[in-house]
Design a protein around this ligand. Structure first.
Ligand code: T4K
Length: 409
């Protein structure tokens, strides 16, 4: 992909009038794609069979393959993780309120709200991206029946502490494992913790089936209920035995999921190598810290997460985000502004109760990776970040001057 020469002067920055570093956008979330011939071959079979959805052959095979990989008794494939979370919450019998982190994609809280539950937002633990077990304990309300924790970025949350807490208070424990397919906790694949764990196979995820998701569980009863709920509440005898929705995964999605699953190791290797390239390229840039992955456990390395310390770097996260965007590097500010500042939660949430989430929402930047990004692009992004860091004071002055000119008098 065309790149302009390395920047040596701040006037070369696109936001200050220079040409963008990349001619084409380099984005977070470019899908990891397996062999298209395998995908098209599967699709030809699907069309020949004229069986497009409703627990088709490929969907069943996809469920078996995922279950083998995450080592759970059951996997219920669903059309996306949001619906998967809704079904899992209902199948687990969650009522009243459920504790969720404030630092997560809004789908975690929305899934609970959509089921008529009341999400109680809770801050993450200092220095982590994960629900703080101490704060969870303090947040339990009389009507709380569940904790829905998130394995943010595929790094497991405090599973043991939350399990103890849930047991002590008689709460159900479920996990939003949207980011965590292919990751492990204490040597065991994510999937079998708590009552259920829900994966996302959205286009932007490590493993994608266009849209899709899966509920993994070792609980026979929960699995049976989830299967029925995913299919309008029908049981295998064609009777409606429960309230249900349409959460089915279609055969085209399963074809994509199976095709991509064949490249599991390759995707991990590419992501891991990208992550190490960023680590090397960003070493010793004051104020920029890359999230560490635990190398002793299985990880999918799907997210390259940067923390920007504005004081040390010289520019804040939003300034850096804008500078990068103008260079055609489309980093993401996940999960800005935080669930506690999103509708409808903002009305009940006092931001001062979420100091760690607030900090992360102002400092986190997710950088492009995946099989759609190559080593030369990563090197160029690191060079750009280093240049911006070295010139931060001068750039800050120029941005302030520009803002003053634009400000209404
Ligand atoms: N829980 C957690 C913790 C989650 O992070 C998510 C979803 C869920 C639950 C719910 O899972 P699903 O119901 O989606 O299965 C994206 C994804 O849409 C969302 O799935 C994901 N988390 C979230 C973190 O990211 P946006 O609003 O950032 O999407 P969008 O369209 O702006 O795309 C993001 C980037 O990906 C862009 O740089 C463009 C690129 N992209 C996107 C698509 C769809 C591509 O290059 N190709 C594509 O096909 O939410």
């Amino acid at each position: 992909m065309a790149q302009s020469p390395a920047k040596t002067d701040i006037d070369h920055l696109a936001l200050l009038g220079g040409p963008p570093a990349f001619a084409q956008p380099v984005c977070v979330g470019r899908p990891n794609l397996g062999d298209p011939r395998q995908f098209f071959g599967r699709m030809q079979d699907v069309l020949q069979r004229r069986w497009l959805t409703n627990h088709g052959e490929l969907t069943q095979e996809f469920e078996r393959r995922i279950a083998d990989q995450v080592e759970t008794r059951h996997v219920v494939a669903v059309c996306n993780a949001t619906v998967g979370l809704q079904i899992a919450l209902r199948a687990a019998g969650v009522t009243g309120s459920v504790i969720v982190p404030a630092f997560t994609f809004v789908a975690t809280a929305h899934a609970a709200s959509w089921m008529g539950l009341r999400p109680i937002l809770c801050d993450v633990a200092p220095g982590t991206y994960h629900l703080d077990p101490d704060r969870v304990a303090a947040a339990i309300a009389p009507d709380t029946t569940a904790i829905l924790a998130v394995h943010t970025w595929g790094e497991p949350c405090h599973v043991d502490e939350l399990s103890r807490l849930a047991r002590r208070h008689g709460l159900r424990l479920l996990f939003d494992a949207a980011h965590a397919f292919g990751c492990s906790y204490r040597g065991r694949p994510i999937g079998g913790n708590g009552l259920a764990e829900v994966f996302s196979f959205h286009a932007t995820k490590f493993l994608n089936s266009f849209e899709g998701g899966a509920i993994a569980t070792d609980d026979d009863e929960l699995a049976e209920r989830a299967r029925q709920m995913r299919d309008f509440g029908f049981n295998e005898a064609d009777e409606v035995v429960d309230i249900g929705t349409n959460g089915k995964l279609c055969e085209a999605a399963a074809a994509m999921g199976l095709t991509n699953l064949e490249c599991f190791e390759e995707f991990v290797a590419v992501n891991q190598s990208n992550y190490h390239a960023y680590r090397a390229g960003l070493r010793d840039i004051a104020g920029l810290t890359l999230m560490e992955y635990c190398d002793q456990e299985a990880r999918n390395y799907q997210y390259v997460v940067l923390d920007v310390d504005a004081r040390r770097f010289g520019l804040d996260r939003d300034q850096l985000w804008r500078l990068l965007a103008s260079e055609n590097v489309h980093a993401r500010r996940y999960f800005y502004p935080g669930v506690h500042r999103a509708q409808p939660y903002v009305a009940q949430a006092d931001p001062s109760q979420f100091p760690n989430t607030e900090r992360l929402c102002g400092s986190t930047l997710t950088l492009p990776t995946g099989t759609g990004v190559d080593a030369a692009q990563i090197e160029a992004i690191c060079r750009l970040l280093r240049f911006i860091g070295e010139q931060a004071a001068a750039i800050g002055e120029r941005l302030a001057e520009a803002a003053a000119v634009l400000a209404p008098h």
